[in-house]
Ligand binder design. Structure first.
Ligand code: ADP
Ligand code: LRH
Length: 490
């Protein structure tokens, strides 16, 4: 049996899990969890929303040490949220603190890019959805790239600090909008048309390759052996989708449900048609050459920001409390388009929700339980829309929706998802990303897990899933959809 440390950094929390993998054995145990989130820093009359990258690095090291204390580790791997990066100078020193993708510095940049590279062409090269914070747009928002030598995405930056080796793991590189989805290489022609120096783009590496070993001085300081560091599916969603325990041959959609809800299908090749572009679907690279054809649905972020707002306003509410209240609110009383840009930046979500309801002629929710019910109904409505679109765009039926990630713990949302989508939901595991992370590490280090099907079979054999059946009340959802989008056909 192999023991492995999985570092999984989400936008709302980071965790280090100690994993065990062997014949018929797969488990992950949380050894360290720490909060993550934006840190706003003032400068020259304005401010920038950053991540606390050094704090995350320190917490990660603490977690790896804790994992090693539980038993000799064979390796470690890091996955994190996508698109964000650190810039290194020629000596390899970090230039500035990485910026959080929710910062407003990219406002208006996508439109400027579209004047140089039309959206159709950009999609044809990269296969990516338009998100205002794609790495391409963030790099163009940088004040000065002159002294930058290399751009490292967050997991690659942490890997560099651990091993001294620079590179870009493909699943995360595919989220930059600077990666050619067909050739699997950096889109250097695109970069140079937009004035982004290609020296910034480091050598690509495959998920499942070994990055290097822990730097000897670091290992000695931490009391760790010189462990191999494995490039896993370093985009957290890539690892989470490895961890979707679908049966072979089933027509499944997945929802990776955390700060974001990533809703879509696993494909063998990208879907680059005009309809996919118009529906703003993305083709992100997955483990073993798969494609994640999905849309980002603004996920439980709106709920966690609401809790933060109530706390700041002096009326704190706990998550279990508001969820219990929400369960008692009549369904679909009010719904919003949860994907509207207004819900992207941090701030007072209850106020924004009320405004969106007023704008669509609905009675705005007042009490926290009503606000939370509106959020959950609206999320389920967005899942319904996105699962249907994914199915239509690819011509593939969807018979079951797998939900993985922290949102699995939200039973009301899982039931609403089954109701809205009209198909059963299979919920679990919560820690799919960490499982996907350790499975890819285990294979890289010699475990007999030939393909995704073998990895998923091991998850099914070792983890309980919960099944939610649709309640059959279909019509309410179509009517609610029509309330927020006159283009939606019931
Ligand atoms: P990320 O990886 O993006 O940081 P997670 O997958 O950890 O996110 O999911 C975090 C979300 O899971 C929280 O925002 C919360 O809404 C939900 N969640 C976590 N624990 C519970 C719980 N006990 N009950 C209901 N929801 C929960
Ligand atoms: C989820 C996620 C998602 C990205 C977003 C930036 O954590 O990686 O797949 O679009 O963060």
């Amino acid at each position: 049996m192999m023991r492995l440390a999985a570092v999984d950094l989400g936008a709302s929390s980071g965790r280090v899990m100690a994993g065990a993998v062997g014949p018929g054995v797969l488990s992950v145990e949380e050894v360290h969890r720490f909060p993550n989130g934006g840190v706003r820093v003032a400068h020259g009359g304005g401010s920038t929303l950053h991540w606390d990258i050094l704090g995350l690095y320190r917490e990660m090291l603490t977690g790896i040490q804790a994992a090693q204390r539980g038993g000799e580790l064979a390796g470690l791997g890091i996955d994190s949220w996508a698109v964000d990066y650190g810039l290194l100078d020629a000596s390899g020193a970090l230039l500035g603190n990485p910026v959080n993708y929710r910062d407003s510095r990219t406002d208006g940049i996508a439109q400027r890019v579209a004047e140089v590279v039309p959206a159709r062409e950009l999609f044809d090269i990269t296969g990516l959805q338009q998100l205002p914070f794609n790495t391409l747009y963030q790099l163009l928002a940088e004040r000065d790239l002159g002294s930058a030598e290399t751009m490292l995405l967050i997991p690659d930056l942490l890997n560099y600090w651990l091993t001294g080796v620079r590179g870009a793991e493909r699943t995360n590189a595919s989220t930059t909008q600077l990666y050619d989805v067909r050739s699997g290489q950096w889109a250097t022609g695109l970069a140079s048309r937009l004035g982004i120096p290609s020296r910034l783009l480091p050598p690509l590496r495959d998920p499942g390759s070994v990055v290097g070993t822990l730097l000897p001085d670091l290992a000695a300081e931490l009391g760790l052996p010189e462990l191999p560091v494995v490039a896993v599916g370093s985009h957290d969603t890539a690892s989470a989708v490895v961890g979707v325990p679908a049966e072979p041959g089933t027509n499944f959609a997945y929802i990776s449900s955390g700060t974001w809800s990533l809703v879509g299908l696993e494909l063998e090749s990208p879907e680059l048609g005009d309809s996919a572009l118009a529906a703003n679907f993305t083709n992100e690279g997955g483990v073993d050459g798969t494609i994640r054809f999905l849309r980002n649905v603004t996920g439980l972020w709106v709920l966690s920001e609401s809790l933060r707002t109530w706390e700041a306003q002096g009326t704190p509410m706990s998550l279990p409390e508001v969820l219990a209240q929400a369960a008692g609110v009549p369904p679909l009383s009010a719904v919003v388009d949860i994907d509207a840009p207004v819900f992207l930046p941090p701030g007072d979500m209850p106020a924004r929700i009320r405004q969106a309801c007023v704008d669509t002629g609905q009675r705005p929710p007042e009490a926290p339980g009503e606000v939370v019910r509106c959020i959950l109904d609206s999320l389920a409505l967005a899942y319904r829309r996105t699962v249907r679109q994914a199915s239509e765009l690819t011509g593939r039926p969807v018979d079951v929706v797998h939900v993985v990630g922290g949102g699995v713990r939200n039973e009301l949302l899982c039931q609403l998802t089954a109701d809205a989508c009209g198909v059963p939901v299979l919920a679990g595991p919560v820690e799919a990303a960490a499982l996907g992370n350790v499975l890819v590490q285990a294979r890289a280090l010699g475990a007999d897990l030939p393909d995704l099907a073998a990895m998923r079979a091991l998850i099914r054999a070792t983890h309980e899933l919960r099944r939610y059946e649709p309640s059959g009340r279909e019509s309410g959802w179509a009517e609610a959809a029509a309330r927020i989008d006159s283009r939606v056909v019931a």
